[in-house]
Design a protein around this ligand. Structure first.
Ligand SMILES: C=C(O[C@@H]1C=C(C(=O)O)C=C[C@H]1O)C(=O)O
Length: 432
């Protein structure tokens, strides 16, 4: 299903100092509907409106999305006086975790405002009439209440216990990442910008994203491509604040934990092994580092590569094709991958939707950034038809998961998932 116009003009120009859109934070420029975001440390892309859109399903969602974007790129007349990655035509993308139903989306916005290397620009796509209206004030969502999602906390603990039992008894799997969901209802209509701003304020080093109602702040970079350079930041292995433990003690605990090191090694290897065939050169940091966030600390491995001429030039290394090759890494799937994904479906019994799938953007020159959609929520309704005269509140579905290995403790995995739900919970509740 696609809305694919015949010819579109993409015009990019620099925002000059003095333009009121030059000195406000990118997220403050968003209107109140159809918001798109990929912002880290105040830098990145925001967009809105829809000049073209692809909804795609199933196991071949990546190749269909790749083919659609290539085809789209022939339909743009590009007038770009800036020439940085992210200028000219851009699509924001969010792809499903699983092959079934695999519901995924690419959106080409009508307006993009971007910042990179100290340069702020605006791109309009289409007839150019969609310059931004002055943003409406952000509305807080009122009271927030929570209820079980498709997999309750009790159900999650049981799923983890079952996975551990199978791993110990049959050796069927080395690692599996199990997740569960939580529903949040708000008393007032939901303004995506409220979530985005709160997430960005508390997690500035994460990528604050919004694509078609999937909103979050992920610390994990699945794959970035800039020209011939590719980069990934693999995370797996987690500790969370405990009373009486300093951050240094937590970091040491993490670095010396055999369980966390093994969870991490599966994830880093899975990414590197699948990226290597595209590269003439690939560097994987020897030892994981500790990435410290407010809610958790993770083991982190940097992976950097240079694409081989052969894969870069024949299109094999298009970003979406490489994303298809590396997804799902063992940070969100498991090892071996196919068995883990099958058992995830069986034990979770829920549709992850686009949670734990690739989310990000790509431009017409092959550059782009994809994270793994973590620490996020899917907006199910911005406002519900309601009682009385006013509009009712919104509904969102939050997700969090943990890597399980044979010596995992189900109670601790429940605690870890709770720590991973905190960013979105606190953003909804307005904690800054
Ligand atoms: C699955 C999630 O996070 C992933 C799992 C991790 C782990 O098991 O230690 C750590 C970071 C992420 O790769 C999540 O946040 O939902």
């Amino acid at each position: 299903m696609a809305t694919t116009p015949r010819l579109l003009t993409a015009r990019t120009r620099r925002l000059e100092p003095g333009d009121s859109r030059d000195d406000r934070s990118l997220l403050d420029l968003l209107p109140d509907a159809d918001v798109l975001s990929w912002v880290r440390d105040g830098v990145g892309l925001v967009g809105w409106g829809c000049a073209a859109r692809l909804d795609v399903f199933g196991p071949d969602r990546f190749s269909k999305a790749d083919a659609w974007w290539r085809e789209m790129c022939h339909r743009f007349e590009v007038i770009d006086s800036v020439g940085l990655p992210g200028c000219g035509p851009v699509a924001f993308a969010s792809l499903a975790f699983a092959d079934q139903p695999g519901q995924s989306v690419l959106v080409v916005p009508e307006v993009v405002i971007g910042e990179r290397d100290g340069v702020r620009w605006i791109t309009t796509i289409g007839d150019g009439s969609a310059e931004p209206p002055p943003p409406e004030p952000v509305r807080p969502p009122g009271m927030v209440s929570y209820s079980d999602g498709q997999l309750s906390t009790t159900g999650y603990r049981e799923a983890v216990a079952e996975a551990v039992r199978r791993m110990r008894q049959t050796g069927e799997l080395d690692k599996i990442v199990l997740a569960h969901d939580l529903l949040a209802s708000t008393s007032e209509p939901l303004d995506a910008r409220f979530l985005l701003r709160n997430l960005a304020a508390r997690y500035p080093t994460c990528w604050t994203f919004a694509v078609d109602g999937l909103i979050g702040a992920t610390p994990e970079l699945l794959l970035e491509r800039m020209g011939y350079e590719v980069r990934s930041l693999v995370l797996a292995g987690t500790v969370w604040p405990h009373e009486g433990h300093t951050t240094e003690q937590l970091a040491t605990e993490l670095l010396t934990s055999a369980k966390n090191r093994s969870e991490h090694a599966y994830a880093a290897e899975s990414l590197a092994d699948r990226l290597r065939p595209f590269c003439s050169d690939l560097t994987v940091s020897n030892e994981p580092e500790v990435l410290q966030l407010r809610n958790v600390l993770h083991l982190a491995t940097n992976v950097e590569g240079k694409l081989s001429d052969c894969s870069a030039l024949n299109g094999a290394a298009s970003l979406l094709r490489m994303v298809a090759a590396v997804h799902p890494t063992a940070a969100v799937g498991g090892a071996p991958t196919d068995d883990a994904v099958r058992v995830i479906g069986e034990l979770e019994g829920m549709d992850r939707g686009r949670y734990a799938g690739p989310v990000g953007w790509l431009d017409g020159s092959g550059n782009g950034e994809f994270g793994i959609a973590l620490r996020c929520a899917q907006v199910e309704a911005t406002a519900t038809p309601d009682v009385g005269a006013g509009r009712g509140g919104g509904k969102v579905r939050l997700f969090a998961g943990c890597g399980i290995v044979p010596d995992s403790d189900p109670d601790l995995e429940v605690e870890e998932a709770e720590a991973k739900l905190l960013p979105v919970r606190e953003a909804l509740e307005g904690v800054r």
